[in-house]
Write a protein that binds this ligand. Structure first.
Ligand SMILES: Cc1cc2nc3c(=O)[nH]c(=O)nc-3n(C[C@H](O)[C@H](O)[C@H](O)COP(=O)(O)OP(=O)(O)OC[C@H]3O[C@@H](n4cnc5c(N)ncnc54)[C@H](O)[C@@H]3O)c2cc1C
Length: 452
């Protein structure tokens, strides 16, 4: 009899696990209350990057004179943008659903919950259905954190989920939160021509990132006229007609037409029946081991709910590895689930991407490293494309030359980081990058130069 695999939540973690488990011979049921594809497709990665791409096209048109083109004019059509986002979501959703159907996965539209260590109930529009399971995956994701001082109304005071795009283009948007999501929204709305103010609770945007990388972004924001309130923590938001005022703990206030909150997320774990099944949690996140197994045998958790790295790419890899583990393909820890080696990107301009060991972390731990850095201003392709901002930085082991990490700031950083990510994962040396015969002219040549 095939293993019965029941998954609650059809985001990247859930749908990857479903596909792989079905391929490996399991009888898979996927319960999803919203859309298969998850928040990643509906609210997070896809619509935000679609909006950023539109802003990027607008900026490119406006920078046409620098490319020798004159008399170009462009304006933004919010209805067309809304339709564009809807069309992308629909294409992605139908391709994921098509793949799951082709693997024989049963999709149940409804809300799932545990009623025991091997039992799941789906509450659907037509009633409830109970499933017996040999393996259960909890992959219900997360949602924006809303503090009690923020009167979110979806009109003037927004979370990221109200912004794809909002009803009207904000005249002046005050963004609270300067992590990855916050800075992407600053970039997005400033490229649409909005005045933007960013409330930064620390002394640097992107507090978790290399200070040099953060400084490059701050410089660009200031050049574009973004106002930065450094070292200010938001404690309240007042709405008065069409005016919004964000109050900060140091007494400063930031007034605008709209405010957007990007201060992190909380796990979707309530109502999941975790107690009924005896699943241990920490701050609402399911506690998992290196195989993503919870405290209850046969119950796994993945994606944002697992409290590991909240990235779609990580969620998908966890889902795949869980399927393999549950179907008996792995006896030991998963080789690919080394969260320290996950590449990540920030889709601002300049684009930012990094992977592996960060320079600051190496210094903090006293580890000896070699740091090499080259600016894109010396790269032919960057000059041809009229955007020589940024740099490539590679961190390697001085004794062995093994690549330990790297950061890229500049055009196509999210694509270029793949080379360093591969080197970090495969334990390649800087000489492997230097001796690769690369295309000329290409931005990737800066990687070889930085690896020298
Ligand atoms: C604005 C924003 C932009 C982002 N951009 C990126 C990016 O560019 N790249 C990247 O890698 N990551 C990005 N992320 C992070 C990424 O979106 C998440 O890490 C990823 O979506 C997590 O995947 P998941 O499978 O855990 O859950 P989700 O994608 O959150 O999906 C969970 C699914 O579970 C369903 N669900 C919840 N509870 C139940 C229930 N009880 N029953 C049935 N179904 C249920 C939900 O409806 C949802 O469809 C971004 C996040 C945000 C907020």
């Amino acid at each position: 009899m095939p293993k019965r695999f029941v998954i609650i939540g059809g985001g990247p973690a859930g749908n990857q696990a479903a596909t792989y488990a079905a391929r490996l011979g399991a009888e898979v049921t996927l319960i999803e209350r919203d859309i298969v594809g998850g928040a990643a497709h509906l609210w997070d990665c896809i619509p935000s990057k679609a909006m950023i791409a539109t802003g990027g096209a607008l900026s490119q048109i406006n920078s046409a004179p620098g490319m020798g083109i004159t008399d170009v004019a462009a304006s933004l059509d919010f209805d067309a943008l809304r339709n564009r986002i809807g069309a992308i979501e629909e294409k992605l959703r139908s391709s994921v659903v098509g793949l799951l159907e082709s693997q024989g996965v049963r999709m149940v539209p409804g809300s799932g919950r545990l009623v025991g260590p091997h039992q799941v109930v789906a509450d659907t529009a037509t009633g409830s259905e109970e499933f017996e399971a040999d393996v259960i995956l909890l992959s219900t994701g997360s949602r924006p954190r809303i503090p009690d001082w923020a009167p979110i109304d979806g009109q003037r005071v927004l979370t990221t989920r109200d912004a794809y795009p909002p009803e009207e283009l904000p005249e002046h948007l005050v963004v609270v939160g300067s992590g990855v999501t916050g800075v992407e929204f600053v970039h997005m709305f400033s490229s649409f021509g909005c005045q933007v103010t960013l409330i930064v609770s620390r002394q640097q945007v992107l507090p978790q990132k290399d200070p040099e990388v953060a400084a490059a972004l701050e410089e660009d924001f200031l050049r574009r006229g973004v106002r930065l309130y450094m070292g200010a923590r938001a404690i309240g938001i007042d709405v008065d007609g069409d005016k919004v005022t964000v109050r900060c703990d140091d007494g400063r206030t930031a007034a605008g037409s709209h405010a957007l909150l990007a201060i992190g997320s909380i796990p979707n774990s309530e109502g999941l029946g975790l107690d009924a099944a005896g699943v241990k949690t920490d701050g609402g996140y399911v506690v998992v081991d290196h195989n993503c197994l919870s405290s209850v045998p046969g119950i796994y958790a993945a994606g944002d709910l697992s409290g590991k790295l909240p990235l779609s790419s990580v969620a998908a890899m966890q889902g795949r590895k869980i399927a393999e583990h549950a179907m008996g393909l792995h006896a030991g820890p998963h080789r690919h689930l080394d969260y320290e080696k996950a590449a990540s990107a920030i889709f601002t301009v300049p684009e930012i991407a990094d992977v592996g060991l960060a320079e600051a972390d190496a210094f903090a731990s006293g580890r000896k490293i070699r740091v090499t850095k080259v600016p894109f201003s010396a790269n032919a392709k960057a000059l041809i494309e009229n955007d020589p901002r940024g740099f490539v930085k590679i961190i390697s082991d001085p004794a062995t030359g093994v690549v330990l990490g790297g950061s890229i700031v500049g055009r196509h950083a999210a694509e270029l980081i793949s080379v360093i990510a591969l080197a970090v994962t495969a334990g390649l040396r800087v000489t492997d990058i230097v001796e690769s015969l690369l295309v000329h002219p290409a931005l990737a040549e800066a990687l070889a130069d930085a690896a020298e």
